[in-house]
Design a protein. Structure first.
Length: 127
């Protein structure tokens, strides 16, 4: 404790990044992890402020991680892990998000087209 009597809030930046990228910010888990239980419950009850609050918090976490900032977020005073490791985890999370958002739909869309073609062919036989 410092001379003002306030406690230091030290958390893992990597854990906060993973919580955010998993979308658990909508449930307020990011704020609860940071020690802001009241705001976390409020965020849970409003489903992340209908997604807006959760998206803004996600952007804050992303910017903090990409910029390799040593300043804390959401009342966190200091990070317990290496800033470069957190940066690397963020890059991996962005890559995985990109793959899930853009590459997987392309792969599955091709199989959907084949299935739709087969369904149309089957319907023609019924008519």
């Amino acid at each position: 404790m410092d001379s003002l009597g306030s406690e230091e809030n030290v958390k893992s930046k990597i854990v906060l990044i993973i919580i955010s990228f998993l979308g658990l910010g909508v449930l307020g888990i990011d704020r609860m992890y940071a020690g802001q239980i009241g705001l976390g419950v409020l965020k849970l009850l409003t489903l992340g402020g209908l997604g807006i609050w959760a998206f803004i918090d996600w952007i804050f976490v992303l910017i903090n991680a990409i910029s390799k900032s040593e300043s804390g977020l959401f009342g966190i005073t200091r990070w317990s892990d290496n800033i470069n490791d957190a940066f690397n985890v963020t890059l991996v999370c962005i890559f995985i998000s990109f793959m899930m958002s853009y590459v997987l739909p392309i792969i599955f869309n091709k199989s959907d087209n084949i299935e739709n073609y087969q369904n149309k062919k089957y319907k023609k036989k019924l008519i």
